[in-house]
Design a protein. Structure first.
Ligand code: CAP
Ligand code: MG
Length: 447
């Protein structure tokens, strides 16, 4: 079961410098059961044009043009004892334009099953402009989202519906209304809240958007309302408690995760009802369906939830790095993406989270930057550390750390707002809490 010598010539190019404008440069980390040379040849063959043996159907000119080229095989600082880093250049011609499924079938396909490889991790893909130019990327990107919400110079305060499942559509809408009124900018469905008997999608959309408008009007936000409006008097009696830190709009993120035709139908329901943002579980629905949603040009912000990503990303020796998933999500067109917190309940170390935030926000051809979402086990006491580590240009999502407030969700929302306010005004949380009761209680509960 060996590739013949002649075929090795196609794949092995150690020490060469392939042109990054004409190739995708892929980094894998490998652990093998026997010989490195054979293993990297198998990887290059299996991920590009070949298989385990010499082929009479593979003609030399084609092989020379299309074979993946292994140009580096090294033990680097980041490698464990038994690991090597391999870099392989893939000619552009191997890839269909704007097809993430085809890309994954090649670079993250059979190679994970090869017996001779103990572990293999797809660490990175560097794409030439020639490849990325076929993807529209995010419709709004981070700047678009900030602009729509009208928030300046502070993190966006997000709240997740909790319990994940169990609220009816009208309970859900009422809770969202209370959260908006108490400082939350963006309220979102949880990853498994879709269309359920006790909380039906269409009904939820209607109820939520009705109460969103009401909350905005009562807070004096959104389109200007007439002084004769029944909200005006209420507004004068009780001006927006979020003061100058208030955004201009509130947002609800509807989870449209479903089989593709139903997912698209739900996106259109949101659009027709005047919603602005939809959530998709990008791992569950697949990046191809994110692409489909983006191509439909519905003018909706796409919120990428990554539930399930750890099945690929968590084992540092095997699978696919989150950095790669994040790049692909940006190509597919998400506007905002869950990327980790460092300080919260989910796995993900500092280096990894910062790296992922970098790849989604840095300049990358024509693709707009994606807004990072920090989520998972967050509560007011963690806000200073979180902002120190990730910076203020993020969405901070609070779930349990808001609804678990001893005085309920409204108080929880105020505590989250107060924590962000304290950090943005450069104050110490504990000092701020002396004059902000909800924050005080939250800090007593979680520290
Ligand atoms: C957080 C959350 C989010 C995760 C996603 C949850 O709730 O709603 O889905 O944070 O993780 O269901 O766990 P809590 P990530 O705030 O109550 O923890 O952003 O790492 O993909
Ligand atoms: Mg969740």
């Amino acid at each position: 079961m060996q590739l013949a010598n002649r075929q090795q010539d196609y794949y092995l190019h150690l020490g060469e410098h392939p042109d990054p404008r004409r190739h995708l440069i892929v980094t894998y980390k490998l652990e093998v059961l026997s010989g490195w040379r054979r293993a990297v040849l198998e990887v290059a063959a299996e991920t590009s044009i070949g298989t385990w043996t010499q082929l009479s159907t593979l003609k030399a000119p084609v092989a020379k043009k299309l074979a993946a080229k292994v140009f580096e095989l090294k033990k680097t600082k980041s490698c464990r004892e038994s690991q090597r880093r391999v870099k392989i250049a893939y000619p552009l011609a191997l890839f269909e334009k704007a097809s993430l499924p085809q890309l994954l079938s090649g670079l993250a396909g059979n190679v994970f099953s090869l017996k001779m490889i103990r572990n293999i991790r797809l660490e990175d893909i560097e794409f030439p402009n020639e490849y990325i130019k076929h993807f529209p990327g995010p419709r709004f990107g981070s700047r678009g989202v900030w602009k729509i919400l009208g928030i300046k110079k502070r993190p966006i305060i997000g709240a997740i519906m909790k319990p994940k499942l169990g609220l009816s559509a009208s309970e859900n809408a009422r809770l969202a209304y209370q959260l908006w009124k108490n400082g939350v900018d963006l309220v979102k469905d949880d990853e498994n809240l879709t269309n359920l008997d006790f909380n039906q999608f269409g009904y939820r959309v209607k109820q939520v958007l009705y109460l969103k408008k009401k909350a905005e009007q009562e807070l004096g936000l959104g389109p200007r309302f007439s002084q004769r409006s029944r909200f005006y008097k209420k507004f004068l009696e009780n001006p927006n408690p979020q003061g100058e830190l208030s955004g201009r709009h509130k947002m609800y993120v509807f989870n449209i995760t479903a089989v593709p035709d139903i997912m698209m139908e739900r996106a259109k329901i949101v659009k027709r009802a005047g919603g602005k943002c939809v959530l998709v579980d990008i791992v569950s629905v697949g990046l191809d369906n994110v692409q489909m949603l983006r191509h439909a040009n519905l003018d909706l912000i796409i919120h990428g939830h990554r539930a399930g990503h750890s099945a690929f990303t968590r084992n540092p020796k095997h699978g696919i790095a989150m950095r790669v998933i994040a790049k692909l999500a940006r190509l597919a067109g998400v506007d905002q993406l869950h990327t980790g917190t460092i300080v919260g309940k989910m796995a993900g170390n500092r280096e990894e989270v910062l790296e992922v935030n970098k790849v989604i926000t840095e300049k990358w051809g024509h693709l707009k930057p994606v807004l990072p979402i920090a989520s998972g086990g967050l509560h007011p006491a963690l806000v200073p550390k979180l902002v120190e580590k990730l910076g203020p240009d993020i969405i901070i999502n609070f779930g349990g750390g808001l609804h678990g407030h001893p005085d309920g969700s409204e108080a929880g929302a105020r505590a989250c707002f107060q924590a962000v306010e304290a950090v943005m005004r450069g104050g110490k949380l504990k000092k701020w809490a002396r004059t902000h009761d909800e924050l005080w209680t939250a800090l007593k509960r979680w520290h």
